[in-house]
Design a protein around this ligand. Structure first.
Ligand code: KG4
Ligand code: ZN
Length: 381
């Protein structure tokens, strides 16, 4: 099965082509530079950039997978139909007419598409683009939850990722991203039971906010973790919110406030580089301690065969090493699957992988009538 996957839920414009779970091409264009001056993602700018970039990225992805060939479309009233579908995306409409209509229909079985959660203006661009492609090439659409994508990034095969085997059920999934922190129990494919989630800020959000306080820039996670490498994680004893609570929920907003108060208290030290590295390392340690402890607690009560970890924060080296240690020492029978570094952040290959399993489970019932597609900003698993 060949799947063309589209991801535009936030500030990455991404298209991938999969042959079953093998990645034929995966193109990700990050908009970090555009949003950086604003200290975070600006939805309207993201929408504009997705419009500009989807067609060139589609062509690159098709080219890399050997599917880009010149051709023509012979569908009645196509211009009118496209104008209706892309009426809110004039820039994309123009590029679509000029370029996509000159591509021969590729051998693709389904379009996988993120329909939520995420920024709605950004999601809509991907949705309308998928609808237009579906119309022109007569290919069905499989809607995918972005969080399913982060989980299923652990099943992808690629020449850079020659891992043998796959995670086994029942399993626990830890999703740690900019918008979500969740521990999920999966007894089988596409079957999700949320055991715990954040009550306020997500882990990545806390990294981003603390990076702002330390005037490091955006996005904060990679910058904090780089700085933290040189710092002393025991220097400041930040709180570990809810670490001993009887549930599997998280809360990172109190930790963020504790960092704010600490910086205010030590106002005169803020300019000293060493001080900043110690605060970054101590903050990172607090987040990692909570994530690992809660995951360990979930492993204790759920008799699972695998633990899979995905989402932007899964790129954090300290988190990866701490999870590896914890599993090795306490649950050696559980196989740990950390999303490969280059698939931790947002990408379309993971959306294709989730669609692959949705189709395997539901067959054609996984397809959606394109006219029913909606951007679902708060879509849950
Ligand atoms: O999954 P993702 O790319 O987008 C969402 O779905 O939200 O996650 C982005 C988040 C950001 O908050 C970013 O700061 C964080 O992942 N992140 C990290 C690291 N790399 C990215 N957090 C901690 N350490 C990192 N190395
Ligand atoms: Zn994400």
């Amino acid at each position: 099965m060949k799947i063309l996957a589209i991801e535009t839920s936030c500030d990455e414009t991404a298209i991938a082509i999969l042959e079953n779970l093998g990645i034929l091409s995966s193109v990700v264009l990050s908009q970090i530079k555009i949003h950086k001056p604003f200290g975070g993602v600006v939805p309207n700018l993201a929408q504009r950039e997705h419009q500009k970039n989807l067609v060139p990225i589609l062509k690159l992805a098709l080219k890399e997978s050997g599917l880009l060939k010149a051709g023509e479309q012979k569908i009645k009233n196509l211009d009118k139909k496209l104008e209706k579908i892309l009426e809110r995306e004039p820039v994309l409409l123009q590029k679509f007419k000029n370029e996509v209509l000159k591509i021969k229909k590729p051998r693709i079985d389904a379009i996988a598409l993120t329909h939520g959660p995420g920024l709605e203006p950004a999601l809509w661009v991907g949705i309308n683009f998928a609808k237009a492609l579906s119309e022109v090439w007569e290919i069905p659409i499989i809607p995918v939850n972005h969080l399913e994508g982060h989980i299923y990034s652990n099943w992808l095969k690629d020449k850079n990722n020659p891992r043998a085997g796959t995670p086994r059920f029942p399993l626990l999934a830890l999703i740690v991203s900019g918008g979500h922190t969740e521990i999920v129990l999966m007894k089988k494919d596409c079957d999700y039971k949320i055991l715990g989630e954040t009550r306020d800020d997500a882990a990545g959000e806390a990294f981003d906010k603390v990076a702002k306080m330390l005037k490091l820039g955006y996005p904060g996670g990679p910058l904090i973790s780089k700085l933290a490498e040189k710092g002393n994680p025991d220097k400041v004893n930040f709180p570990r919110p809810m670490i001993n609570s009887s549930d599997f929920d998280f809360s990172f907003s109190g930790l963020k406030t504790a960092v704010l108060y600490k910086l205010r208290e030590d106002n005169n030290l803020k300019k000293i580089k060493k001080y900043k590295t110690d605060v970054a390392a101590s903050f990172e340690q607090a987040v990692v301690d909570v994530l690992v402890k809660k995951t360990e607690k979930a492993l204790k009560v759920c008799n699972v065969k695998s633990l899979v970890v995905g989402g932007g924060v899964a790129a954090n080296k300290k988190l990866r090493a701490s999870l590896q240690n914890m599993v090795k020492n306490k649950y050696p029978g559980v196989s740990l699957w950390l999303s490969p570094m280059w698939l931790t952040g947002d990408n379309a290959a993971m959306i294709g992988a989730a669609a692959y399993f949705k189709f395997a489970k539901l067959g054609k019932a996984a397809y959606i009538n394109p006219s029913k597609l909606m951007a679902k900003g708060n879509l849950g698993l």
